[in-house]
Design a protein around this ligand. Sequence first.
Ligand code: ADP
Ligand code: MG
Length: 365
Amino acid sequence: MANVELKQVVKRYGSVEVVHGVDLEIRDNEFIVLVGPSGCGKSTVLRMVAGLEAISGGEVLIGDRVVNQESPKDRNVAMVFQNYALYPHMSVRENMGFSLKMRGSGKDEIAAKVNETARILELEPYLERKPSELSGGQRQRVAMGRAMVRKPDVFLFDEPLSNLDAQLRTQMRMELRKMHMRLATTTIYVTHDQIEAMTLADRIVILKDGYIQQVGSPIEVFEKPVNVFVAQFIGNPPMNILKGTYRVADGRRIVQVGKSAFPVTEGKAESLKDGTPVLVGIRPDAIKMGDRTEKLPPEWLCSGEVVVSEILGGQSHLEIVIDGENELIAEVEGRVLAHPGETVPIGFEFDRMVLFDPETTNAIV
Ligand SMILES: Nc1ncnc2c1ncn2[C@@H]1O[C@H](COP(=O)(O)OP(=O)(O)O)[C@@H](O)[C@H]1O
Ligand SMILES: [Mg+2]
């Protein structure tokens, strides 16, 4: 059990700085997901916590102890890598017990811990097999088991599901979530996959170019992104971003997008002046179409022309052009068969609209 803290953590490779003063407080038992595009510094941050990479500046604390100078084995953290790094010539049992053996634990103790972990991970039937005799998902569980037997203070995962096919990934995601509930161990999990971040995290940390963009619960970063980057990185399809102008007319605050007027919720963007250009962010699932728009006031509606529609099973995605210029992706419930060129009435949940400054791309609160 441990909290983890990063204070102004910097990483330089030679003269190139790749992580720029990262501050982050991770609570005991929390599941934190670091997410961002490839090359943004996720693995580097994780490896500095693990002790696999020297820290160029700032401090890393584990359980209130500064660990900058501690070797990886003294930090009591366990890391699971994307490629599992299992020993091919050892059985599952030997792989899982290896770190305990290296620490000089006795045979009985190792057997007890390996058996207990194998039971939790449902690996008991495979203990005598070699990694080559296992499926990808089973190997993945062995890699986790190897990390778990030591009862570390912190689990560190670096894209552990990237090598699995889509179905197995979904299944392992659920397993990880259940395992975390059972073990309640502080976890830092790195991925470039925003769905993994949304489904696994207590809090998500979004990184870009070695800078933290936003830290928040999955719902916070989804509904209240701090900038256009977060708005489009989180969520699939990404948030729609339209060009508009903020207007105040007859005491009504609206955003004009093409010929359409979207009302601005009270308390939002109060500081804006009439005529200010804005970017308007609307989540695809905040767009309603067809008879579902009936309960919305008529002035909120506009019509759009369907470019293409896709049915995903229970939901449909529609690409729609409004006023002949602004393209939107709508995610609507049910199977909506719309023909290209067809005009459909659409409405929005305007209280979920987010406005951004076109110059800084930061959200206007
Ligand atoms: N050993 C290294 N030497 C020089 N640059 C490195 C090294 N490792 C990583 N980098 C650079 O640091 C940045 C962050 O890398 P990394 O943390 O691996 O990104 P991510 O895990 O988010 O894909 C990248 O620009 C990468 O090229
Ligand atoms: Mg990486």
